[in-house]
Design a protein around this ligand. Structure first.
Ligand code: FAD
Length: 329
């Protein structure tokens, strides 16, 4: 089988998926990466960006956000297509006919092989359960989506963590007004808290429960905050919810069991599983394990498409391709 023209599909942009894309790029393959989150980085970016990792290969002290930045830099010369904010729902196909992945947004993404690097499942924003929310068809956004539409608007940001404060600070530079609403104590590093204090003239901070949202013709118009039992009304055009993440419960149809524990290939040749998504009680749920599995899956893919040739030099230090990539980057 010849090297495919079609890209390879990676489901999951956590460390394992990103590193698989790096490895694919180094072997001359394009990749399309799908993630449920609006940004790459998986658990590192979404759950503990400021957490210091001490056991990442060759980094004894690196923040999770910096580790993701390093991976993005390493990936940059290979220009993968990154499709965020959509969840893979089903996968089907074969090595001969090619594979398709259907997303919850109704797209069908095609590719020559599939690597599933979905960790413990798709990370999605925790939905707002506030009364009145079911009638709101526009004006409420989750995570960082919607922030770019905040210019000139009256914005409320709901959340108590670093991400909520960062978002409020960012939109306060262009919004008409910003209220940061938190129902539990703010949790952020000293630098972020200092930035928040320094922005007191651009944004207000309200400690209370978001008790109701109101809409007019389906568009958000007002929010009600209960502060020590008293209701406060705020007219708003845009509510940005940063209230944490949860895991989608759905599974991907078409993903079969592992057939080759060494490469992560499933019972469907051409579909691989790597990273924390691997179902093994003895596998440590760490980043280093995912990197190693990514390398092995990519090598197996390479051999599937070029079984009769030794195609790639084993080390990037001696690879002309890698030297070329470095020159491009
Ligand atoms: C608080 C905390 C601290 C940690 N500290 C360390 C540490 O110090 N050292 C260490 O090595 N490890 C640490 N870990 C573990 C490490 O982060 C994980 O092992 C690693 O992130 C797993 O990488 P992954 O790429 O396999 O999966 P993930 O990082 O979970 O990424 C999977 C991605 O796939 C996406 N996804 C899943 N299903 C779908 C779908 N159907 N469609 C679209 N997208 C989908 C998810 O949204 C997610 O972005 C820590 C974890 C936590 C929570």
């Amino acid at each position: 089988m010849d090297t495919p023209n079609a890209p390879l599909i990676i489901i999951g942009a956590g460390p394992a998926g990103l590193y698989a894309a790096v490895q694919l790029g180094m072997k001359g393959h394009r990749s399309t990466i799908i993630d449920a989150l609006p940004y790459p980085g998986g658990q590192c970016a979404a759950l503990y960006p400021a957490g210091m990792i001490n056991d990442a290969p060759s980094h004894h002290d690196i923040s999770a956000a910096s580790l993701v930045d390093q991976l993005k830099d390493q990936l940059q010369p290979f220009a993968p297509l990154l499709l965020t904010s959509r969840r893979a729902k089903s996968v089907w196909g074969s090595l001969d006919a090619g594979f398709s992945v259907e997303t919850n947004t109704g797209e069908t993404i095609t590719g020559a092989a599939v690597i599933y690097a979905g960790g413990a499942g798709a990370l999605i924003p925790r939905p707002l359960m506030t009364s009145g929310i079911e009638a709101v068809k526009g004006g409420v956004s989750y995570l960082t989506e919607g922030a770019q539409t905040s210019a000139g608007k009256r914005v409320a940001v709901f959340g108590d963590g670093e991400a909520a404060i960062d978002l409020a600070l960012t939109v306060s530079r262009q919004a008409k007004s910003v209220a940061l609403i938190h129902s539990t104590p703010l949790r952020a590093g000293q630098r972020t808290m200092n930035d928040l204090a320094g922005a007191a003239r651009r944004l207000s901070v309200v400690n209370g429960d978001l008790s109701r949202v109101h809409s007019a013709d389906g568009l958000l118009s007002r929010i009600e905050i209960s502060v020590n039992g008293a209701a406060q009304m705020h007219d708003v055009d845009l509510l940005l919810v940063q209230a944490g993440l949860e895991r989608a419960r759905e599974t991907i149809t078409g993903l079969t069991d592992i057939n080759n524990a060494m490469t992560g290939e499933t019972e469907t040749p051409g579909i691989f599983i790597i990273g924390d998504a691997l179902p093994s009680a003895s596998r440590p749920p760490v980043i280093a394990a995912g990197f190693s599995e990514a390398s092995r899956a990519v090598e197996a893919i390479q051999q599937r498409f070029n079984a009769d040739e030794l195609t790639t030099p084993p080390h990037t230090t001696t690879s002309p391709d890698e030297q070329a990539h470095r020159n491009v980057a």
